[in-house]
Design a protein around this ligand. Structure first.
Ligand code: NAG
Ligand code: NAG
Ligand code: NAG
Length: 663
């Protein structure tokens, strides 16, 4: 009888413990285990009573007859546990962010394996041909030597350079050189000219004002490190923050088609394992037209500052069937769920790359300064060779590492008074300081749509005043989204994460000093709405906070790289993308947030209130470690070196069949 009681008690205990073990990460299993507990308890109890009444000579576990009720109870317990643990149940309740973090880790491993696969120059040449279907450019051995001597982790994956340059193969080299001249010969274009002659880089005296001195100085310093290996050429650098070049979809499509035809023809005529027919650059100083004596008054650019630009310089790069081209207005007082869904998992941003593609996001027309009213925007619809520090989706500027970062204008440099505190000692809030510089608000309220203003409002204690819908919204998981074990995620999943959101005191997100880039009542209104204005801080003060918000302004982020290098966790919302985008993984190295802001509080709730501080800390650490490996000044040089070798070929008459021979 004692054994019967003991078994009964142990079944009860095991079941209860497994049912309410809070350490168990999967809530649905709690429910399942509770069911098991109750079922087994009842069965055991019935078995106990059965034994009491039917036989005085059997013990619970070793009865002589057929299986007893208690056997059945134990068996049910085991079976249900087995089913719950191992079956492919169709419902799961991970926090979606757990899954995003898990997937990001896997993607990063995949990236790393292919980005640094080659172990020698020969290997790198092979990898290059395999990836890009051409010979590497002349000078590739010098580049390889430069990169390996500086321990570049990334040798093979420069897909962003490839993507930026490929359309230029649709233009004759002479046309590209002429277009470069058109840009730098008229100071109105805001294009700084650099020229490389006999392996030396110098600034062209083309009348660009000195306010951008740091940019030119940084470029000269960076390029000077390897200019001896570059051919003679002139380069046009965009001195504005805003990107410049959008080729309409209808023109770009045939260009891309022509380029792929070219490549196929070339490959069928001359296989890649035959040596290139030209192994050195042929351009010399005489290939480049000198600057005019008189200032050139012609310009290919159009003045588009202070205007709505989404239609003309966003959607225009998209296929005619895309939502951006179909529905040009969206009532932004409600969330456009179909705009966010393709790059989201519930309210959380799941695909950072896709989030920069404007084609499925017509509502962005009213949700970003770049589209509402850029402060300085001189743009073209033709493929002009503009080197820019950042661009939004659809633009055809050529990205390069910003001299701002290269010169460490905003530097991660904790001091004794402003140390990078250990994680536990940092303040547990989302922190941001900045200016209303994303675009210019002329007096009819464009500022209400701008990312910075919306986020300041979102995280202010008093965010009921703005008309835009900014609160967390319902779940928008696309159909048939599965988790990493192939199980279907249901929309109802994210409700609990929304409803529980504790939205007070999550952030210290404030405008510094006063309202800028505004006219008329927009200055007054913003002042009232976005108060309090706070005094500026020293950059090194950032390291006292766990979560550092990085919001789009008018262009590239001057602070993201130092944020990443710190022990803090960058939380980034923006459309502008930079040269490093292919190597830094969202959810692995930083936390991405949709520019709409609807998931921002839900995301912060996960880290702040949800007991996931340790995940935050881990991402912060991994981001820091990764930045120290692939976002060093050396990595910027290596990127720029490779970019300019490739560019040297694109603008060279002999570019077809040209390449590095050997390896
Ligand atoms: C993001 O979207 C792009 C474009 O649709 C796709 O190629 C890529 O695989 C997606 N990445 C992730 C992480 O889902
Ligand atoms: C919130 O806004 C209202 C209306 O403008 C104002 O009266 C109130 O003082 C504000 N509260 C805080 C905490 O700023
Ligand atoms: C919400 O957060 C604040 C500050 O972190 C905290 O004081 C408060 O207890 C939280 N409320 C709930 C309901 O969790």
């Amino acid at each position: 009888m004692t054994s019967v009681l003991a078994t009964f008690t142990s079944v009860l205990t095991i079941s209860t413990v497994s049912a309410w073990n809070n350490a168990h990460p999967y809530p649905h299993l709690h429910f399942g285990a509770a069911l098991v507990a109750i079922t087994s308890t009842i069965l055991s109890f019935v078995g106990y009573c059965h034994l009491q009444s039917s036989s005085k000579h059997t013990t619970l576990l070793f009865s002589r007859g057929m299986p007893t009720w208690s056997h059945l109870g134990l068996f049910t317990l085991f079976l249900t546990w087995f089913i719950l643990t191992w079956s492919t149940s169709t419902e799961v309740s991970y926090h979606p962010i757990d899954m995003l973090i898990y997937q990001a880790s896997a993607r990063h491993e995949t990236f790393l394996a292919q980005a640094s696969a080659s172990k020698s120059l020969t290997g790198a040449v092979q990898a290059y041909k395999h990836r890009y279907n051409r010979h590497p450019p002349p000078g590739f051995d010098r580049w390889h030597e430069y990169a390996t001597a500086r321990d570049s982790l990334i040798i093979d994956d420069f897909d962003s350079i490839y993507a930026d340059l490929i359309p230029f193969y649709a233009l004759e080299p002479s046309v590209i050189r002429e277009r470069t001249w058109e840009l730098i010969s008229n100071p109105w274009n805001d294009a700084a000219g650099l020229s490389i002659r006999d392996g030396k880089v110098s600034v062209m005296e083309n009348g660009i004002p000195g306010t951008h001195g740091w940019m030119i100085d940084g470029l000269v310093e960076m390029i000077g490190k390897f200019s001896e290996h570059l051919p003679d050429m002139d380069l046009a650098f965009n001195i504005n923050d805003e990107s410049r070049v959008v080729v309409p979809y209808e023109s770009m499509k045939p260009m891309k088609h022509a380029v792929s035809q070219q490549m196929m023809n070339a490959a069928s005529k001359v296989p890649l394992d035959t040596p290139p027919n030209q192994t050195t650059f042929s351009n010399t100083a005489s290939s480049w037209k000198p600057l005019p004596q008189e200032r050139n008054e012609q310009t290919p650019l159009h003045e588009k500052s202070w205007q709505r630009t989404f239609e003309s310089h966003g959607a225009i790069g998209c296929p005619p069937s895309s939502p951006a081209r179909q529905h040009r207005t969206w009532d932004v007082s409600t969330l456009c769920t179909t705009c966010a869904a393709p790059h989201s998992l519930g309210m959380f941003l799941s695909n950072w790359t896709l989030a920069a593609d404007v084609c499925h996001q017509p509502d962005l027309a009213d949700l970003h300064g770049m589209y509402l009213s850029p402060a300085a925007f001189k743009a073209t619809h033709e493929l002009y060779p503009f080197f820019s520090q950042s661009k939004v989706g659809g633009f055809n500027d050529i990205l390069y590492p910003s001299a701002w970062n290269y010169l460490e204008k905003a530097h991660y440099n904790p001091t004794e008074e402003r140390p990078d505190l250990p994680w536990e000692e940092k303040q547990n809030v989302l922190f941001w300081r900045g200016a209303t510089s994303e675009g210019l608000s002329q007096g009819w309220g464009q500022w209400k749509g701008m990312v910075r203003q919306r986020f300041v409002n979102l995280f202010s204690a008093n965010n009921t005043k703005m008309s835009l819908a900014l609160l967390p919204v319902g779940p928008i998981i696309p159909p048939n989204t599965t988790d990493f074990e192939g199980r279907v995620l249901h929309n109802r999943l994210s409700y609990q994460f929304v409803s529980a959101a504790n939205t007070t005191n999550m952030g210290d997100v404030n405008i510094v000093d006063g309202i800028v880039r505004c006219f008329g009542r927009d200055c007054v209104d913003q002042g009232a709405m976005l108060e309090p204005m706070v005094p500026p801080i020293e950059f090194q003060e950032h390291w006292g906070y766990k979560y550092l918000l990085d919001l789009d302004g008018a262009g590239f982020s001057g602070r993201f790289i130092p944020f990443l290098r710190s022990g803090c966790l960058p939380v980034k919302a923006g459309l502008f993308r930079e040269w490093w985008d292919g190597r830094v993984e969202a959810w692995k190295h930083f936390v991405p947030v949709d520019v709409r802001g609807h998931g921002a509080k839900g995301t912060m709730q996960y880290f702040l209130d949800g007991g996931h501080g340790k995940e935050g800390r881990r991402i912060a650490e991994e981001g820091k470690e990764w930045a120290e490996k692939v976002l060093r000044k050396e990595d910027m040089e290596i990127y720029m070196f490779r970019l300019l070798l490739e560019w040297g070929r694109v603008v060279d008459e002999g570019r077809e069949g040209m390449g590095f021979d050997g390896g």
